[in-house]
Design a protein around this ligand. Structure first.
Ligand code: ZN
Length: 445
């Protein structure tokens, strides 16, 4: 160590230019725009793997396991009157107008109807992926529809509902958002019960856990590549670590009825959440967790921010479970990237690129690329807006925003002497495709 430091010192004295060439500088040079223009077409050519999306038609109730509460506040760029969506419709469908007035919107509806007829079955949504140069896109959905090709839309199913098996009267009454969310969790749990031919909750806790595991195993056989939690919407994400006997006692008390106290319900959920995390390791089902702000005016950011999960993520008992932090903790993405120090923790950037404009999202990506570039993945979080503007336009906006922000981040890094152009393209491939695909072995491409 001492020897090499001395050599370094001598070299610096003898040939300072060697070092100044590699020294990062705090501002990009005047070449940054040129580098960006050079990188962007190359980045556009990289086939992407979209690690988080909700593809489907607006009237398809299975696009998500939950729904937006009515009248929820939407941040500016995610509203359906975002003028950028005109550009999306132009690029995807040759939309000839500059607004979505009702007669213009009808043109788009008719166009999509016609295309869906021409491109029957799974061909329509495959054609959307082709236009975006997206090789495959996760379909994070309640269940899969027959109009999505499972080869290109690997399924990520929802695991939250196992946390709400009891009488949910007080959970549902907590606020208007929970009034929408919790009944949908009950519906999801009943679907899993139907799938397993279980007509009522198993009488014993051991059998309940067996049922939970059976659903995971069957979903995996049906093409599920990961399980997803949106638990941050429903309760704080600080998870206690109760003994099995405690959870079992609560199960026995409420399995046939009665309203659990909030404390009892949370204790039961803490146990089930950790059980699912362990099962995710055993069954090679990565665990996706929503970690960001969320829709609904009652979403409690301080009680559900990503750092609350640190004690679970850094727990060596869960080292064989792969975690994907969906939405990268936004707006705490700066703290969040340090969680990726854990070998089994990855960050997905979806929603960040829709909530922020590319100029701001570029800074997020740059900071991540400078910290753990091998642990970050691309996703859009696309979602149908309304009957006219669908997941298609959302896919386009997410992909375009991500690719342009990525090119801009890398152009700055090159211009500031942090990396070479060759390295920049390697990092682009890793973020847009390779890092995520590696998580699933040969299941996805
Ligand atoms: Zn999502």
């Amino acid at each position: 160590m001492r020897f090499s430091m001395r050599r370094l010192f001598l070299a610096a004295v003898v040939a300072p230019t060697i070092f100044s060439a590699a020294q990062a500088r705090p501002f990009p040079g005047p070449d940054v725009q040129q580098i960006y223009q050079r990188l962007l077409p190359q980045i556009d050519k990289i086939p992407a793997f979209d690690h988080h999306a909700h593809p489907g038609y607006f009237d398809d109730p299975d696009v998500d396991a939950m729904a937006a509460p009515p009248n929820a506040s939407e941040p500016l760029r995610t509203r359906d009157d975002n003028p950028e969506l005109v550009a999306a419709a132009k690029a995807l469908f040759g939309y000839p107008y500059a607004d979505f007035s009702s007669d213009h919107a009808k043109w788009l509806l008719d166009k999509k109807t016609e295309l869906k007829k021409q491109l029957a079955g799974t061909a329509y949504f495959n054609s959307i992926l082709d236009k975006l140069n997206t090789e495959s896109s996760v379909a994070n959905r309640a269940i899969m529809p027959d109009y999505l090709d499972p080869q290109r839309f690997p399924w990520v199913f929802f695991a939250d509902s196992f946390l709400w098996p009891f009488n949910n009267e007080s959970e549902t009454a907590r606020n208007p958002d929970q009034g929408v969310f919790i009944p949908l969790q009950e519906k999801m749990l009943h679907r899993w019960m139907q799938q397993e031919n279980v007509s009522k909750l198993p009488a014993t806790f051991a059998d309940y856990l067996k049922f939970v595991s059976q659903v995971l195993e069957d979903n995996s056989k049906r093409g599920g590549i990961a399980m997803k939690f949106e638990v941050a919407y429903f309760r704080p994400t600080t998870f206690g670590d109760p003994a099995r006997a405690q959870a079992e006692d609560i199960y026995q008390r409420y399995v046939t009825g009665g309203i659990p106290s909030e404390k009892d319900y949370r204790t039961f959920q803490d146990y089930i959440f950790r059980y699912l995390v362990v099962e995710g390791g055993r069954l090679h089902l990565p665990v996706h967790i929503h970690t960001a702000v969320g829709i609904g005016d009652y979403f409690n950011l301080s009680q559900s921010n990503i750092m609350n999960l640190e004690s679970v993520l850094r727990d060596p008992r869960y080292a064989s479970t792969t975690f994907v932090m969906i939405h990268g903790g936004y707006p705490l993405e700066r703290e969040a990237i340090w969680l990726a120090a854990m070998k089994n923790v990855y960050l997905d950037s979806s929603f960040g690129e829709l909530a922020q404009y590319p100029s701001a999202f570029k800074d997020t990506l740059k900071m991540w690329l400078e910290t753990f570039p091998d642990k970050i993945t691309f996703g859009t979080d696309c979602f149908p807006y309304n009957e006219v503007l669908g997941a298609e336009e959302s896919y386009w906006l997410g992909a375009q925003s991500s690719r342009s922000a990525l090119a801009a981040a890398l152009a700055e890094m090159i211009s500031e002497n942090e990396i070479t152009e060759t390295r920049a393209l390697e990092l682009a491939h890793a973020y847009l495709h390779d890092n995520a695909v590696k998580l699933y072995g040969d299941q996805v491409h």
